[in-house]
Design a protein around this ligand. Structure first.
Ligand code: ATP
Length: 290
């Protein structure tokens, strides 16, 4: 599988705070890759560097074999890098359809001024975009709320709208920032079906920040673990769940003696204490805390 995203030695500092320290990772085409780590580990900052929102002091980002480190956010998006937001990218005062169409506009193919003036050709393209938006909305099961203002919809529905908006940019790489946060445990696990479908039917590659371990274990091919801005370890989800340093990072303590894991009925561990969204799970068990 070819490398779609390659991150090479990112360094990011805010004043005296080293947020990312020599972070490197690779996402291959067709993979679903997880980026996990305790609160404040630098996951969202990493996404911000990948999308060009933050300009790191060192390191390079390559997308589809090209160095995109110097490109602004909208040009990276045009190349096929899309993201969702931890705190939702939807505009509350717009309807679901309007939000999706707004997201589509970077690939509209005409200037905002041409659109405003209704110049020849724009109305035809606009109709195409509206049709595409309707398909995306239907795909995500949002057709029943397409004309509702996003701000009036439940949180889970707005999250789905956020994902529909990312898809509307016609991406190759979808970067999801905590897609399961705020969802019920059932909704969160249902996401795994959606994510696999996005990969298998639409041939998307997915990099996702997520604390919901059953979802990560269920859907990710590979996982990177960040701690204090550095790569702690990487590997397949099963190995990550049993990794002593990962356990120690989430619980405090040391790799040799991580604090207080609860006994489980196999060789994985479950934690009753903080952080609630990272109890390492025996496969298929629900912790009810997501
Ligand atoms: N713009 C900024 N200015 C100053 N500090 C920042 C900025 N953005 C992030 N940080 C700091 O960088 C560190 C990493 O934050 P980041 O949000 O990337 O972590 P995270 O792993 O995504 O955490 P969480 O799981 O809680 O979302 C934190 O200490 C945060 O306060």
């Amino acid at each position: 599988m070819k490398q779609l995203l390659k991150v090479d030695g990112l360094h990011l500092r805010f004043g005296g705070l080293q947020v990312l320290n020599d972070l490197s990772l690779t996402v291959r085409e067709g993979q679903i890759v997880g980026l996990i780590g305790p609160n404040g580990a630098g996951k969202t900052s990493c996404f911000n560097c990948l999308t060009g929102i933050y300009q790191p002091q060192g390191g390079r980002v390559y997308f589809d074999g090209r160095d995109v480190s110097h490109l602004p956010t909208h040009r990276r998006a045009r190349r096929g890098m899309a993201r969702t937001w931890q705190n939702l990218g939807v505009i509350d005062s717009l309807t679901v359809t309007e939000n999706v169409m707004l997201a589509q506009h970077q690939r509209a193919g005409y200037s905002a001024l041409a659109g405003m003036l209704g110049l020849a050709g724009t109305w035809h393209r606009e109709r195409e975009l509206r049709r595409d938006a309707a398909e995306i909305i239907e795909y995500f099961g949002l057709d029943g709320v397409a004309d509702e203002r996003a701000g009036e919809l439940p949180y889970g529905v707005r999250k789905t709208c956020d994902m529909a908006m990312a898809l509307a940019t016609d991406p190759r790489l979808l970067m999801l920032d905590e897609p399961a946060s705020g969802l019920s445990p059932e909704e969160a696990l249902g996401l795994s079906t959606t994510l696999r479908e996005l990969r298998d039917r639409l041939r998307l590659t997915i990099l996702m920040i997520e604390h919901h371990v059953p979802l990560v274990a269920e859907v990710c091919d590979y996982v990177y673990v960040l701690n204090f801005g550095e790569l702690l370890t990487e590997g397949e989800p099963e190995a990550i769940q049993r990794h002593p340093e990962v356990i120690a990072a989430y619980l405090g303590g040391t790799a040799e003696s991580p604090a207080e894991p609860e006994a489980a009925d196999d060789d994985t561990v479950q934690f009753a204490s903080e952080p609630p969204e990272w109890p390492l799970m025996a496969e298929g068990k629900s912790n009810g805390t997501a």
